[in-house]
Design a protein around this ligand. Sequence first.
Ligand SMILES: *[C@@H]1O[C@H](CO)[C@@H](O)[C@H](O)[C@H]1NC(C)=O
Ligand SMILES: *[C@@H]1O[C@H](CO)[C@@H](O)[C@H](O)[C@H]1NC(C)=O
Ligand SMILES: *[C@@H]1O[C@H](CO)[C@@H](O)[C@H](O)[C@H]1NC(C)=O
Ligand SMILES: *[C@@H]1O[C@H](CO)[C@@H](O)[C@H](O)[C@H]1NC(C)=O
Ligand SMILES: *[C@@H]1O[C@H](CO)[C@@H](O)[C@H](O)[C@H]1NC(C)=O
Ligand SMILES: *[C@@H]1O[C@H](CO)[C@@H](O)[C@H](O)[C@H]1NC(C)=O
Ligand SMILES: *[C@@H]1O[C@H](CO)[C@@H](O)[C@H](O)[C@H]1NC(C)=O
Length: 922
Amino acid sequence: MSKKRREGGGGGNIGCDPPVINALSMDGGLREVSLSVVFSVWCLLLLLLLCSQFLHSQTDPSGTHERSTSSHGSINVMLPWRLIDRFFVDFYDYAEDGMRENYCKRKLAQRSERVKSVDLHPTEPWILSSLYSGSVCIWNYQTQTMVKSFEVTELPVRSSKFIARKQWIVAGADDMFIRVYNYNTMDKVKVFEAHTDYIRCVAVHPTQPFVLSSSDDMLIKLWDWDKGWMCTQIFEGHSHYVMQVTFNPKDTNTFASASLDRTVKVWSLGSPDPNFTLDGHSKGVNCVDYFTGGDRPYLITGSDDQTAKVWDYQTKSCVQTLEGHAHNVSAVCFHPELPITLTGSEDGTVRLWHSTTYRLENTLNYGLERVWALGYMKGSRRVVIGYDEGTIMIKIGREVPVASMDSSGKIIWSKHNEIQTVNIKTIGADNEIADGERLPLAVKELGTCDLYPQSLRHNPNGRFVVVCGDGEYIIYTALAWRNRSFGSALEFVWSVDGEYAVRESTSRIKIYSKNFQERKSIRPPFSAERIFGGVLLAMCTNDFICFHDWEEGRMIRRIDVNVKNLYWADSGDLVTIASDTSFYILKYNRDVVSSHLDGGGSVGEEGVEDAFELLHEINERIRTGLWVGDCFIYNNSSSRLNYCVGGEASESEDNPFIFSVARFLESRGMLEEALEIATDSNYRFDLAVQLGIAIEAQLDMAEECLLHAMDLSGLLLLYSSLGDAEGLTKLTSMAKEQGKNNVAFLCFFMLGKLEECLQLLIESNRIPEAALMSRSYLPSKVPDIVTLWKKDLQKVNPKAAESLADPDEYPNLFEDWQIALNVEANVAPKRGIYPPAEEYIIHAERPNETLVEAFKSMHIHLEEVLLDENGDDTHEAIEENGVEESQEDAVEVDVEADGSTDGAVLVNGNDTEEQWVLTPDQ
Ligand SMILES: *[C@@H]1O[C@H](CO)[C@@H](O)[C@H](O)[C@H]1NC(C)=O
Ligand SMILES: *[C@@H]1O[C@H](CO)[C@@H](O)[C@H](O)[C@H]1NC(C)=O
Ligand SMILES: *[C@@H]1O[C@H](CO)[C@@H](O)[C@H](O)[C@H]1NC(C)=O
Ligand SMILES: *[C@@H]1O[C@H](CO)[C@@H](O)[C@H](O)[C@H]1NC(C)=O
Ligand SMILES: *[C@@H]1O[C@H](CO)[C@@H](O)[C@H](O)[C@H]1NC(C)=O
Ligand SMILES: *[C@@H]1O[C@H](CO)[C@@H](O)[C@H](O)[C@H]1NC(C)=O
Ligand SMILES: *[C@@H]1O[C@H](CO)[C@@H](O)[C@H](O)[C@H]1NC(C)=O
């Protein structure tokens, strides 16, 4: 432990390469972590800020000279910095039910200068790093840009801190000088020689104008900037380099110092001698930090003996030794917000330990060589790590709060160990709240929790809440927060009836009754990595999922899929299985299962074959999902809200909140309410149709929706059902515009506009159909059309064209030709006049005869009619349908087959006795 080695610490990595580095790729390391974790680290933001080289540097190699040149009060700003390193971690959090998963990708990593200390600004998004190369820089971690940089000296700057209340930074370097800069103006505030050897650390008093410095000269000095940076006290007592000093945040009159003399000493300002010494490490102590998260009077230290120790400074005893690092422990800290202790080592890793159980929760290895510094800030989950090759910022802990809401709107969540509650129902319904507005709710303290909650869940009826964490669970009453049951559990799930299951290990799952009695213990023949509750109890390995029933724990079905999450619909008939790359919607055939089991059917390795039916497979990764009725709403990997109904996945364009509320209302049968708030026109139409059957007013809505959607067939259905002639008229023009001839034809036909029908057929080159139609409905037009037809047929088959007979020439070939012409003439003026819909019932009973048949059967009147051509009382119609005399030619016979017209044409108005409905027989 010669001075040389400490000095030479910067000489290079040769010889002190940490063995662990590169053993794990970053990816592999984090994955391993994510599997093991209770507390995993979510690196939401990761950046590396170290700058590698100055493009120009001081020409004068002597640090002293630098001091003299810079005593004018300004500093050299090294521009441009060359920014070489940049780390990105693409992070996708995947949080549901306490489950989390990390995906970290390393995009780029390059060498940069060694970071010796890091500090976070209390209000600005800034990281202050001091570099072995002799400079200090401020980095904005939000914009990922360099804010300021100061070249301090050519020797290592081992420590620098913000003094935010003065807008200063203070830096101590190996040239034994302390320098103070104003970080706004970049002016040098003060430069003074502080020690007779390297300065290892500077610490800023939280309120007083004091800075402490510690040095290889074994001294600690107190500086008062209100007294012109006078040294007001010297603390002497260590017998080796003093590596770190830190104020006690709970008693700012005291501070601790870590030294290579293997001890930690605690001092009081105003007293030259240490209050006490903590002795326990077998090698030099590099770092020390006070516990701030709670009342415990703890200190943590890290040492060259490769351990970290937690001390109770009241009893002056070592509480715990954290073992695991493979090299000197160079930085330690208690996380100020989370029950996490971090240790960084020259082995290149940062380890995360649980602050109460001291279990190793996570090991981070970003492959940036040795760790030298850790920085944190009260009130933030961000942690900065300084390495040989750069700086990384990570954010630890859950992004999503641990919370649960029961069906009545009561939310319970945890804030560290405190449990708080709020009832959103206390906001009156009349209280208008804009989207995104903060709700004026009164938060109530409910109690505390004996474990650090990692998940929190109401049971289905909302009477109980389970809190899980640290491998244990406690069930509390939701109202009074009294514990009702507890036990060990890696995972805890509720059934839909309030039973529950816990996964104690990968090989033991226990089912409990509603009365907290153990009912069943299952030892799965595979390694159960996860369980899911709901309608069935599901256990997963990495390759498959097994569903079991809650009553007997019998296996229902095994499905070979890697399951990330499971979502049951409320009905219990549908379930979504989400995998890494896609999701599946399955139907659960409850009846098949129960009849199979009741019938004593055996359950094979795969379970009951027809227990599940795959309805849909959709190739999207779900972040979060939710069933509302039969609609599955999910947030996909590009953070877009989508929904899936009946296997159709679509993006919900409208306000997703409104949308899901509408679906929710619909699922509760509150259709009118749903319609009131729904904005998606297709969806509104569905609702309107559901409602419209009963409520006519809603049909307007349906019409509007169909019009917007240009759903012409839908409109045809609507108008024809409603007998809306005006609507049909409108529709004809729309349909013609859109080239929807079928729709246009049906409209014309229903409107009795037979000439238009014919015209449409001719325009669309359906001449044979036109001929047959006119034979049935407008015999007077037949000759014209036959002429057209002949011409047309001539082109392809002159012989067939020749054989077409024109009724004008051969009336004898057309049965009842003259009668048909007469009927047509009689009926023509009445076409397009409709009796009201309520008379339908009268007409419905009419016989099926064609008008010609009817005409003939009314033989008595025939002559009369023919003579005076008075249609007032007798009604005739168009014509029989299709009964063509079969001439010699095959063409007509052929066409006859599709002479199927289905409409009912109302031929006449008034007199019920003699109205006719023509219903061409099929
Ligand atoms: C530390 O020592 C000083 C002087 O001996 C004394 O005044 C002070 O109370 C002590 N503090 C603690 C916390 O023991
Ligand atoms: C780590 O600890 C060992 C043993 O005390 C020491 O020899 C070595 O120099 C230390 N490494 C550094 C970089 O200080
Ligand atoms: C449950 O509550 C009792 C007192 O009400 C307490 O003694 C016990 O430690 C609690 N158990 C847990 C696990 O919190
Ligand atoms: C999707 O999920 C991400 C992360 O959980 C969240 O930030 C985003 O707002 C969600 N998007 C929607 C539309 O809910
Ligand atoms: C997410 O959903 C949106 C909208 O439906 C879609 O455009 C996008 O392609 C989806 N992203 C992925 C990764 O599937
Ligand atoms: C009309 O004819 C169809 C089948 O040809 C028959 O089922 C129906 O009962 C008939 N209607 C009347 C009113 O005679
Ligand atoms: C039928 O015609 C008579 C006179 O011809 C008229 O008084 C009566 O209102 C008509 N009925 C209907 C339903 O149009």
